[in-house]
Design a protein around this ligand. Structure first.
Ligand code: PLP
Length: 449
């Protein structure tokens, strides 16, 4: 596209005048004005194109402007833009069927929401109603969304300003061998100790007061920590023993990101409730939901479910989900994510780690990877302190700027960069991105000791 800096400047000026941005000090931000996007790339008005190694907020699993999804939204808009949730509609029925067909076990009923946080809110509500118990346990290293219950369940510092309303939420440590809270020597020990810690937390909180344990199958924003073998099966067993509802949050890990339709498929574990959003339709129209087990769904066969949303199962969102899931199946997009991860991104990142003193650990699977950046490989001290901002965060800011100068849009969180491109990424694009990352890491290396 022809550069058009004047339009870009006008778009930005209006943004700064009237748009109030998430998570930001409004006076300190300088948002990039985006002119368009296609596949794994997006571009600005000044002639700069970026390879998107963030998939925006890890949601464009199918890439930008997939023609089949664009056509489906267009066709649905011409046919029926909106209808209340109480009616039965073809695209909603079909979206629910396609999702239920892919979710593990007997998670065959779908409650639709507008996004991930609302899915978490409703999963928690279902668990509390099902058990008649108040408390919910979640991991410190987690992100579950920014609405009332979801932000309280979230473990990262974005929870802190909302903590006053955190009635009934208790945090615990999940397994994370590289920065083990249990000082474990290996994965087996980490798994055992993490399960023992969870069980002890339950004992001290009172099992009869705990409605649910919610976990990201593979924690995403908090650092992409693939759980050790046996951990999720162990949590499942603990939940069964104490009558606790097991919720897996697959808002980020679901729909191909890990190289399976759901991350739970890697571990052979079926939760009682599974939350999804993002990749279900790559965010072309806002959509999320809860997949519900037969047992919990049956609670609401004869009594009403006390929850709903004007746009639950919105036709445009459901039409885009149907087209997305069908395109992913037809084009082997989930298989592509698995293969690119195994053959290109994983080996490429491990090779990069050897060359750079700032790369402490490489971890992940599919198109879901993290580089844990450190001051020293020996001490594993994070390149920037937990929750650093301003000058303390300078090393990460310099690294991110170097990526962007090279034409790569990175996902950066605390001392980590995540490599989370669309599931559709080609080998050539992945290699292009890895080469830019390789060069940009010199900016991080400069801050090692
Ligand atoms: N749960 C997980 C695991 C997430 O990664 C996110 C968003 O990043 C959410 C929930 C919240 O989703 P949303 O931003 O759509 O409300």
């Amino acid at each position: 596209p022809t550069p058009d800096p004047a339009t870009g400047a006008a778009v930005k000026a209006m943004d700064r005048a009237h748009v109030f941005h998430s998570w930001s000090a409004q006076g300190l931000i300088d948002p990039l004005a985006v002119a368009g996007a296609e596949g794994a790339y997006f571009w600005d008005y000044d002639g700069n194109r970026y390879l998107d190694f963030s998939s925006q907020l890890v949601n464009t699993n199918i890439g930008h402007q997939h023609p089949k999804v664009v056509a489906a939204v267009r066709e649905q808009a011409a046919k029926l833009c909106t209808i209340a949730p109480g009616f039965a509609v073809d695209v909603r029925s079909e979206a629910a069927r396609l999702i239920a067909e892919r979710t593990p076990g007997d998670l065959d009923k779908i409650f639709f929401t507008n996004g991930g946080a609302e899915a978490v809110e409703n999963a928690v509500r279902m668990a509390r109603l099902h058990t008649g118990r108040p408390k919910v346990l979640s991991a410190y290293r987690s992100y579950h969304g920014a609405t009332a219950a979801a932000i309280n369940l979230t473990g990262d510092p974005r929870r802190w300003p909302s903590d006053t309303a955190s009635a009934g939420v208790v945090h615990f440590w999940g397994p994370f061998l590289y920065r083990s809270p249990f000082h474990s020597a290996d994965e087996r020990q980490e798994c055992e100790r993490a399960l023992a810690h969870l069980e002890e937390t339950i004992a001290f909180e009172g099992p009869q007061s705990i409605a649910a344990i919610i976990l990201e199958t593979v924690p995403g924003t908090a650092g992409i920590m693939v759980p050790p073998p046996g951990y999720l099966a162990g949590v499942r067993e603990i939940c069964d023993r104490y009558g606790i509802v097991f919720v897996l949050d697959e808002v980020m890990a679901g729909f191909g990101r890990t190289g399976h339709w759901f991350a739970a498929d890697h571990f052979g574990v079926t939760p009682d409730l599974l939350t999804f959003a993002k990749g279900v339709n790559s965010g072309y129209v806002p959509l999320g939901g809860v997949a519900i087990s037969a047992r919990i769904a049956a609670d609401f066969d004869q009594r009403p479910y006390p929850g709903g949303l004007t746009y639950s199962g919105h036709p445009l969102a459901c039409a885009s989900a149907v087209a997305t899931i069908n395109a992913m199946a037809e084009e082997g997009i989930v298989e592509n994510a698995a293969e690119i991860g195994e053959k290109v991104i994983g080996p490429g990142l491990r090779e990069i780690a050897e060359r750079h003193p700032s790369v402490g650990e490489v971890r992940g699977l599919g198109v879901f990877w993290a580089l844990d950046l450190v001051k020293s490989k020996e001490t594993r001290e994070p390149l920037v302190p937990y929750n650093a901002s301003g000058p303390a965060n300078q090393p990460m800011a310099e690294f991110a700027a170097a990526c962007k100068r090279g034409g790569l849009w990175p996902f950066v969180n605390m001392n980590r960069t995540h490599v989370v491109p669309p599931c559709t990424i080609t080998e050539a694009e992945a290699k292009e991105g890895l080469a830019i990352l390789d060069e940009a890491l010199s900016a991080a290396d400069a801050h090692t000791v």
